[in-house]
Design a protein around this ligand. Structure first.
Ligand SMILES: [Zn+2]
Ligand SMILES: [Zn+2]
Ligand SMILES: [Zn+2]
Length: 674
């Protein structure tokens, strides 16, 4: 302990309400208000607005690399108080009781930390995303199967107990017990405990949401400001001019560039600068200086100047009030605390899920708000929310379904933000798609009821239309950056998850949702049919090879999606017929084929046949023929349902139909060229 201990003591003497610093006073106050039915988030904030800056504000004197707080006191005043309030008794005892009352868990759901080992059984897992944690793996039969060990990028969770993730043996020895002793779902908490927990969760979430998603500049939010006339102001008036210069991570400036900038502007050692930059990279932001406002502003200006040389855009720097920094530190810790609490009981998780989805007009629900604002948050803040949603909403099927619904509704917005952001996919809330879209029953539900295929494909197509040329074909130019388009291709992975398992039974809604998506897939394929045409060059050497990589990569990413679509089409006659007709329609509409052209009669031996005239050696040819291939893929299934090329089902007067010669023409051209 150093001199700060002395100041703390003084402060406490000026705080009659909390003088002994046992949180019991504030807890009693909350309890009384709760009983009177008047307790609200404001009451929690009244407590936090005094104590959070007092306990968690960075000290202006200390280096930003070794902040330390009075952790015992933080625990007591800021966390124990909440637990005591929820429990109305000894938290340890009550929480233990609550978790004993709970249904023994039949799913694991352990959220992986960065680098934690994961195990995928190659024999029993539905796909490569189905994994077990070490504990479950060691207690499962899969340890005797062919398995693959991996390491997590953080953000995933153990699938033990998820019957949809495994072909057989979905439970380890521990989680199987949960399936045997299952009683009625629903809250088993005493009503008053549940109500206190609900109020606390709601206040904690709204507060964390406010602090982590709002940009306050150097200001303090009104409801967390302590009015000057308030005597309690004394608590931290000794450093009311206390600010932090905060640096944000971007993928644009190199480590070296930022390190040099810091050495020069902070006048710190190379070693310290490296530590700052490492922190910024890991957490997504870091305070590099605590001082008075004008000093912090000067520093900000200097860092911006250094990093914007050579016409670069400057790195993001902000001057943040140390009071807000303190509240943000607390907000993040609250999310971790809440995650711990949710581990105690299914009832807590159900409460959490209800609170998170609750819309308090004009505000969005917490889930919606975070989904939309994700890309504005720094890395660590994002990951805190993602982990909380995984542990709170993805364990129970109904909560998972509700989350999946909201996620799907916001999918377009989430991915548009992700595409324009520069963080890796694993830091985007969009990466949670793997948690929900890989569950077959959920995927089928979302296709039937939420039009998820259409949402995903139209989001992807919106990115494609920027790349269309006059002929409505995709065209990638060598000198234009394709980073956005590359990022958009993550959507294709999500489509794969959704289509992973074809349905056993088709409902009218499922058919409708599937066909809606399929029509958009065919639009996409029509943009690719005939793209990157090449004409044989004679007489001069090609100076530049045309850009072919992007188109090729798109094909590679799309191929599994196409295969799955075809597989689905092959399981239902109605779908197959409609898909076949729709594909034919797209092929007829393709302008690269001159439908008016009559065949020229050619004779070989005793045969004479009408041929379409095309000179591959002088006219353009493309190797990209996904529509032709798709039709061929459908054709294979026709036989199964007693259909053939001339079946009345497949011919309708309304649509044109290509002759076999016309169908085969583009394919022949490519064959001849090769
Ligand atoms: Zn597990
Ligand atoms: Zn398990
Ligand atoms: Zn296995």
């Amino acid at each position: 302990m150093d001199e700060s201990l002395g100041t703390d003591m003084d402060v406490e003497q000026q705080l009659p309400v909390f003088i002994q610093c046992s949180s019991s006073n504030v807890v009693n106050d909350w309890k009384q208000k709760f009983e009177a039915g008047t307790l609200s988030i404001t009451d929690f904030k009244e407590h936090w607005k005094i104590w959070v800056p007092h306990l968690l504000s960075p000290e202006p004197k200390s280096s930003c690399l070794d902040w330390s707080f009075d952790e015992d006191k933080v625990q007591k005043v800021l966390f124990d108080s909440l637990e005591e309030f929820i429990c109305d008794g000894l938290p340890e005892e009550i929480f233990q009781k609550v978790s004993q009352m709970d249904n023994p868990p039949s799913v694991c759901g352990r959220v992986f930390k960065m680098g934690e080992p994961t195990y995928n059984c190659r024999e029993c897992g539905m796909d490569a995303t189905c994994v077990l944690c070490v504990d479950c793996f060691k207690k499962s039969t899969h340890r005797h199967h062919k398995y693959k060990m991996g390491t997590s990028n953080a953000g995933g969770c153990c699938d033990c107990g998820d019957v949809e993730a495994w072909k057989k043996e979905p439970y380890c020895d521990v989680h199987i017990i949960g399936t045997q002793k299952r009683h009625e779902a629903g809250s088993i908490l005493p009503p008053d405990l549940a109500e206190r927990a609900r109020l606390t969760f709601s206040s904690v979430l709204r507060y964390a949401y406010q602090l982590l998603t709002t940009d306050y500049g150097p200001g303090i939010p009104l409801d967390l400001k302590v009015p000057p006339e308030d005597v309690l102001q004394i608590t931290y008036s000794h450093n009311s001019d206390n600010f932090c210069t905060v640096l944000y991570n971007d993928e644009f400036h190199t480590f070296e560039h930022v390190i040099n900038t810091l050495v020069r502007s902070l006048k710190c050692s190379q070693k310290d600068a490296i530590e700052f930059v490492t922190n910024i990279d890991r957490e997504g932001r870091a305070a590099v200086k605590c001082s008075n406002f004008s000093h912090c502003e000067d520093l900000k200006g200097e860092i911006e100047r250094f990093t914007s040389r050579h016409g670069n855009r400057p790195i993001k720097v902000a001057v943040v009030n140390s009071v807000v920094v303190a509240h943000q530190i607390y907000a993040m810790r609250l999310l971790t605390w809440l995650q711990k609490l949710l581990g105690y009981s299914e009832s807590f998780r159900i409460l959490f899920s209800e609170v998170s989805l609750e819309e308090k007009s004009p505000d969005l629900s917490i889930v919606e708000g975070i989904l939309i604002k994700d890309s504005q948050l720094w890395k660590a803040a994002r990951l805190h929310w993602h982990r909380l949603f995984i542990s709170g909403m993805l364990m129970e099927y109904e909560s998972k379904k509700s989350f999946a619904r909201v996620f799907t509704k916001k999918y377009g917005a989430i991915m548009k933000d992700f595409i324009r952001d520069d963080h890796d996919h694993s830091f985007s809330v969009g990466s949670m798609a793997v948690q929900i879209y890989t569950v077959p029953t959920l995927a089928h539900y979302l296709i039937a009821s939420e039009d998820v295929l259409f949402i995903l494909l139209s989001t992807f197509i919106a990115e494609c239309t920027r790349k269309l040329n006059k002929k409505k074909k995709l065209e990638f130019e060598r000198n234009l950056p394709n980073a956005h388009f590359k990022r958009a291709q993550y959507i294709l992975y999500d489509l794969r998850y959704l289509l992973g398992v074809p349905p056993d039974t088709w409902t009218p809604e499922l058919r409708q949702g599937f066909l809606h998506g399929l029509n958009f897939l065919l639009d996409l394929l029509s943009y690719m049919q005939g793209m990157d045409e090449v004409t044989r060059q004679i007489g001069q050497h090609m100076e530049y090879e045309p850009e072919w990589e992007s188109a090729f990569n798109l094909h590679i990413k799309l191929a599994p999606v196409i295969t799955l679509f075809l597989q689905w089409c092959g399981t239902d006659k109605e779908i197959l017929v409609k898909a076949y007709r729709a594909t034919m329609r797209q092929l007829c509409a393709d302008e690269s084929l001159d439908l008016g052209q009559l065949g020229e009669v050619r004779e070989v031996g005793d045969h004479s046949v009408a041929c379409l005239h095309y000179d591959v050696s002088t006219q353009p040819v493309s190797i990209h023929l996904p529509l032709s291939r798709f039709l061929a893929g459908l054709y294979i299934h026709l036989d199964k349902f007693g259909l053939s090329f001339n079946s009345p089902d497949l011919i309708s007067d309304k649509i044109l139909r290509l002759t076999p010669e016309q169908l085969i023409e583009p394919v022949l051209r490519t064959q001849v060229m090769i």
